[in-house]
Design a protein around this ligand. Structure first.
Ligand code: SAH
Ligand code: TMP
Ligand code: ZN
Length: 406
């Protein structure tokens, strides 16, 4: 039986996509013949309830000099992180003398920019060198390495212990969660807190958002599985708060056991997860069953539009789109191109199916009849910006939670 990456318990696979390319592996035509594929499958740990991938792609294959996700491309996310940083400053740093904030997976500095502006001592840990460089250019102190216990020890020696350690959409990317948590627990001051937010398994099930499952997302956390993972390091959950970003996340606040009052939200969420069945395999098997329905609904629609010779394009070449495009079999015959605002993706091709990625201006210049919205998690921001597309009789195709045209 497969072993849990965190507790060594038995893992039962419940959803299998087969051979998939790297979700953020946008490539040039020269690179097609060497494209990397792995078996994408998620399983449930019977012992600690942690949902996880059963095959792990080596992190340096995903996070490197040409990483294609730049956090600051979304205005909505810039606002989100400004609010996140402000809340942390007010809640945990007010009474601290010369506070020190660390962020794991700081990317282009979307969060730490705020601490820089407030002249608060900070340090970003960001292994993808290209995005780390963007942060450094803004004046944000950044180390371009993978965070683990070894790096934590080096940081303590050179910079000292931290009052607050932050992470967003990164803790679920790090296969050696034990090394990470142990590193964090060494690095925190006695009253320090570790706060991170990640896609929530409860929301993934509720929205049937299969597209959250891809190589970078090694773990699909719940409050229960997080609690199980941290307790052996003498840490405890003191607060959980739902967040709307990225299709529904949970923000976890963690401290040394006994140092803080534990907020009611923890007990409530743990009980709710038990009630919803997140601690047993059945709900995950049900979830997997619904996948085939979404696949046949979306593909019937795309095949019909193809027959009718309608112009259909993809909107936003998100990492999430890779699972959908490849598992469903969406080809360049279905989508003329995918429009995206990220420079490094433009002129390249989508992983696996090799659909051309074109600059957003191509979409604007000659509106298609239909746009398949891959960035459904940013739909509010996008629909507010794209009123002209709708005025020109353009229609949106969505597939989360159900396939529909609006
Ligand atoms: N926090 C940002 C970026 C999320 S993308 C946001 O929410 O928008 C995840 C980032 O984590 C990538 O930039 C990736 O390079 C980085 N990362 C991956 N593994 C890491 C590790 N072990 N330590 C620190 N950062 C890591
Ligand atoms: P994400 O869903 O993984 O956050 O990826 C966002 C991608 O979507 C990124 O490549 C930028 C692209 N994008 C657009 O092209 N237009 C937009 O309006 C938004 C919000 C994102
Ligand atoms: Zn486990």
């Amino acid at each position: 039986m497969l072993k849990c990456l965190v507790c060594q318990g038995g893992v039962i696979p419940f959803i299998t996509f087969g051979k998939m390319p790297i979700a953020n592996g946008f490539l040039t035509s020269k690179e097609f013949k060497n494209e990397y594929f792995f078996n994408l499958e998620a399983g449930f740990c019977k012992n600690c309830s942690l949902v996880q991938l059963t095959e792990i792609v080596d992190p340096p294959k995903l996070f490197h000099e040409h990483y294609s996700f730049y956090s600051s491309t979304s205005e909505g996310m810039r606002t989100h992180f400004q609010q996140f940083a402000t809340q942390m400053k007010n809640k945990y740093l007010k009474k601290v003398n010369s506070p020190f904030v660390i962020e794991i997976g700081s990317n282009d500095g979307i969060m730490l920019k705020n601490f820089l502006d407030w002249k608060i001592k900070h340090l970003g840990i960001e292994p993808s060198k290209n995005v780390a460089r963007v942060a450094k250019t803004k004046g944000i102190k950044t180390i371009s390495e993978f965070f683990d216990i070894k790096l934590a020890k080096k940081i303590i020696k050179k910079y000292g212990n931290a009052d607050v350690i932050l992470g967003a959409n990164v803790i679920c990317h790090i296969p050696n969660l034990n090394s990470l948590v142990e590193g964090v627990s060494l690095l925190l001051k006695p009253k320090g807190v570790f706060i991170f937010e990640e896609p929530y398994i409860g929301e993934i099930l509720k929205k049937t958002s299969y597209d959250q499952i891809y190589d970078e997302h090694v773990f699909y956390f719940s409050a229960s599985s997080v609690q199980n993972a941290i307790k052996k390091f003498d840490l405890e959950l003191i607060n959980v708060e739902p967040q709307e970003v990225h299709g529904g996340e949970l923000r976890y606040t963690i401290a040394r056991s006994g140092e803080y009052h534990v907020n009611q939200s923890v007990k409530k969420t743990l009980a709710q997860e038990k009630r919803l069945g997140l601690l047993t395999i059945a709900v995950y098997k049900d979830f997997a069953k619904k996948l085939e329905k979404t696949k046949s609904d979306l593909m019937s629609l795309l095949n019909k539009l193809k027959k009718q010779k309608k112009r259909v394009v993809g909107y936003a070449a998100t990492s999430k789109s890779t699972t959908i495009i490849n598992y469903f079999g969406i080809t360049p015959d279905h989508l003329e191109f995918i429009s995206d605002t990220t420079l490094i993706k433009q002129g390249k091709f989508s992983p696996g199916q090799h659909i051309p990625i074109l600059p957003y201006e191509q979409f604007k210049k000659n509106y298609p009849e239909y746009a398949l919205l891959f960035a459904w998690n940013h739909s509010q921001e996008i629909m507010a910006n794209e009123k002209d597309f709708v005025k020109s009789k353009g229609k949106w195709i969505l597939y989360v939670p159900k396939v529909r045209i609006i």
